[in-house]
Structure formats: structure tokens, C-alpha cells
Design a protein around this ligand. Structure first.
Ligand code: 13P
Length: 271
């Protein structure tokens, strides 16, 4: 499935759906499976065998799996021959040196990683990653020729106070301040409302589309080129409805990426 959207008019949701066909910029849908801290060699082998068999050859959507670091090489070898690409869940802002326990972008590139998730809300909240740190990680990923998947999203409190766009804007601007906007040509954005992650509560299409449209507008001249994923309790039963929205270009999956049938059903919905 290819997406295009028409931004300058900033129309209401219903109007966007109609205007969607008016632009000629096209974006390939992207589905990213973030396994988080799950799996083991045996389970991964079974899951990847099914996924690799189910995603061969040419498609209209890109599919990426981000396993935990220790399983990157194993995952890479089990995906060879399929069209599924490899990604990582986070990375150091430094390229090498005395940083015990850290993993660098050149190491990820060495292992055939193409994508790196950065700024995931679990890392912002549990590891205390700041907007500044995420911006420096973005720069490192870009420097290594990898594609950052920059996650942003508001807390439940922000949402209840109607401050979701303010939070998203702060998180995006922290990166723009380091990089400018041009580098987003080779980046992916992901909107993950914190209150929807792992909770079974998905943002309504209106809530998701409002934020995606806002994020797209922040990208200026690149607005129609950058892929913006939605993440937060996406499952096969709600994926189609989200993917039909003009400013949603795919999904960042947690739980659903651990089940081959569910994962492939979502990939097919994006295809
Ligand atoms: P769930 O799909 O389990 O809600 O997780 C979303 C997520 O955090 C992906 O990065």
C-alpha cells in the first residue's frame, strides 16, 4: 500500500481522506516488530521460520524485526532469503570506547541492521533517556548510515490535560535543534501514545490522525515524504482501520510481533 497526503490545507479528517489522492508524493508502508526483552533461541527460531516463510519476494510494504541485541546475528541468519529487514531497539550515542555495556551504531551496521528505534517511551521512562540524549542518538544513527525510527508520544496525564501536541512538539524540536529537518529524508517517525502501549487501548483513528497530521506539518518541506508509524496496541483486528488513515504509514508493534500469524496478518494489511 502506498500513501500520500496533502498537507498545506490542514483539512478536517473526512476531508483529508478525500484529498489524499490529490498529492503525488508516495510513501511505502512500513511494519516494525519491536520484540522488546522477549524470546530465546528456540522460540525465536520457531517465530522467525514462520515469518521468513510468510514474507518472501516483492511487496509494497517494508517489514522490519528488532530483536534484543544478543539475538541480532541469529535473527539475521534466520531472515536471510526473506524480505524482512533487521533493526535494533536502541543504541549508544557514541561510536566506540570505554562505555561498558553499550552497543554502537557501527556495530549494528556490522550485523546488517538497517533501522534503529530510538526514544522509545520505555527507555525515556525507565532508563531516563532525555530529549537531548535521544537527539544525540539520532545523530549517531544517521552518521552510521542507518535509519532512525524516532519515537515520540504523550503520557496519559498529557493527554488528559490536552497537552499531547505540546509534548510531541518538544520531543521533535529537541532533535530538529541538533540536525535540522533535511536529515529526516532518511528517517522514520513513530507516534506511540504512552497510554496505549501494552494496554490494549488503541488511540481512536481521530486521535491518531490528529497527532500524525501535526507531526507531518512539523517536517516542513519533507512533510509528504517521511513515514510516520503508529504504535500502541496495534493488532490484526484494528490495523486495517489505522492504515487507511492518510497520515499513518504503518505500525510499530510490540506484543503482536511475537506471534507469527498476527504479525504476518498486520504486514499483509499494510501491503
Ligand atoms: P504494544 O503493541 O505491545 O502495545 O507495544 C507497542 C510498542 O511499544 C512498540 O514499540
Amino acid at each position: 500500500m502506498f500513501k500520500s497526503s496533502w498537507l498545506p490545507l490542514a483539512p478536517a479528517l473526512g476531508e483529508v481522506l478525500l484529498l489524499n489522492k490529490a498529492s503525488n508524493a508516495e510513501r511505502r508502508q512500513l511494519v516494525v516488530g519491536n520484540w522488546k526483552m522477549n524470546g530465546n533461541l528456540q522460540q525465536n527460531a520457531a517465530l522467525l521460520a514462520k515469518v521468513a516463510a510468510g514474507w518472501q519476494g516483492e511487496h509494497n510494504a517494508d517489514v522490519v524485526i528488532c530483536p534484543p541485541f544478543p539475538y541480532l546475528m541469529h535473527t539475521n541468519s534466520l531472515l536471510s532469503g526473506s524480505s524482512v529487514l533487521l533493526g535494533a531497539q536502541t543504541v549508544s550515542e557514541n561510536d566506540q570506547g570505554a562505555y561498558t555495556g553499550e552497543i554502537s551504531c557501527p556495530m549494528l551496521a556490522d550485523l546488517n541492521c538497517k533501522f534503529v528505534i530510538i526514544g522509545h517511551n520505555e527507555r525515556r521512562r525507565m532508563q531516563g533517556e532525555t530529549d537531548e540524549q535521544v537527539a544525540r542518538q539520532f545523530v549517531a544513527v544517521h552518521r552510521a548510515g542507518l535509519i532512525p525510527i524516532l519515537c515520540v508520544g504523550e503520557s496519559l496525564k498529557d493527554r488528559e490535560q490536552g497537552r499531547q501536541l505540546e509534548t510531541i512538539s518538544r520531543q521533535l524540536n529537541a532533535v530538529f535543534a541538533h540536525t535540522g529537518k533535511d536529515v529526516f529524508k532518511n528517517a522514520v517517525l513513530a507516534y506511540e501514545p504512552v497510554w496505549a502501549v501494552g494496554t490494549g487501548k488503541t488511540a481512536t483513528p481521530e486521535q491518531a490522525e490528529e497527532v500524525h497530521r501535526f507531526m507531518r506539518a512539523q517536517l516542513g518541506g519533507l512533510a509528504s515524504e517521511v513515514r510516520i508509524l503508529y504504535g500502541g496496541s496495534v493488532k490484526s483486528h484494528n490495523a486495517q482501520q489505522l492504515f487507511a488513515l492518510p497520515d499513518i504509514d504503518g505500525a510499530l508493534l510490540g506484543g503482536a510481533s511475537l506471534d507469527a500469524d498476527e504479525f504476518l496478518a498486520i504486514c499483509k494489511a499494510a501491503d
